[in-house]
Design a protein around this ligand. Sequence first.
Ligand code: GLY
Length: 374
Amino acid sequence: MKDFETVKQEMWQQIVRKTGRMLEQIGGKSPHVAGQDGKYDDLRIDWWTSGFWPGLLWLMYDMTGEAPYRDAAWSWDERLSELWLAPNHYDHDVGFQFLPTAVIKHKLTGDPDAARRGLLAAGFLAGRFNPAGQYIRAWNGDKTGWSIIDTMMNLSLLFWASAESGDPRYGHVAGQHADMVVRHFVRPDGSVHHIIRFDADTGEAVEAIGGQGYAPDSAWSRGAAWALYGLTNTYRYTGRSDYLEAAQRVANFFIAHLPEDGVPYWDFRAEAVEAEGGIVRDSSAGAIAASGLLELADVLGDIRGRGYLEAAQRILRSLYTKYGTWNDPDHEAILLHGTGHKPASKNVDVSLIYGDYFFVEAVAKLNGWKNRIF
Ligand code: GLY
């Protein structure tokens, strides 16, 4: 087996080659899923995944200094911001859309309009906070009491907004939501719920809902990945040890339940039930978790963080050697075998743009990238 130093450099060289081609193949599309034909779709830009392709472009620009990446990424925060005054579907996931566009653009170029766009999105996210239940509500329509684990990753937009504006209110909202997550979402064994429904009037927690996981008491792997990464970020922004303890608990559960090849099944507890038909993986959960584990290793330092660093390396090596499209130049995605929403039979065993983004992000971190997006 090759030593990881060699693999780390090899992965980056392949990413540079691959994303150069993706730039031509994807261009201004808003990609979400690529199926068997290897072609990314082009979704409406208020869909929660629209930030990942521009985020990947900004990251590549930051790492390589090559202008075509910047030029392709440049207008995305403007395009997204035009929708505020039109009918749109923006929700708890605006962090996924404005951190990899407006906020990183401001960080890398100093563009003041980009910062204003980021602050507008942060105000929208903070406005979704329900003080009775201390949660940021998920989705729109009549789901006024729903809160989901994915929101943990969006809290970085609020912490950034407090730092940028000098107003601590955004960070207070993020902290209170994270406290609620530690209380209601993270179980003692380190597995997490996907959805908790509250009574939106009284704030009382009513029930857990399976959502994109197999069942209310199961362990959706991507939810665990969002949780371990988001809790680590929240620790980094606040310095509070209870967030770090919860992040480690989730990370330990995640690592302990990885199959032989280090890439998670879509739900760790669906394994036994689906064994006969063959259970599918979710490579995106692996990529997200790997990037989050690198953060966890970083905040814990060389000795306490070593196990998390090694787990991230194990996942990335496997994604690189067994799940990549390196030998198929016409394939527009990087990773195969992602699973979007198994219970709805939607986007099962496909390529997902957020899997590609977080794989690139994790490998970039290993190769010295310091400008975090999340
Ligand atoms: N944020 C939705 C998902 O992870 O599928």
